[in-house]
Design a protein around this ligand. Structure first.
Ligand SMILES: [Zn+2]
Length: 50
């Protein structure tokens, strides 16, 4: 085992997918978008880790 990977979401126990998602954030009234590669929960949409 050379890499520890999550199999399910620790929050909702949903399935995780390895993908790149476009994330929108708002900082001081200005919106930014960036690509965040990592593991995403298909249930709650939470980003787990890269
Ligand atoms: Zn989840």
């Amino acid at each position: 085992m050379n890499q520890q990977e999550l199999r399910s979401c620790p929050v909702c126990d949903g399935n995780l997918t390895q993908e790149v998602k476009l994330v929108g954030v708002e900082y001081k009234g200005v919106k930014f978008k960036y690509s965040q590669p990592g593991q995403w929960c298909t249930e709650c949409g939470r980003f787990l880790k890269s």
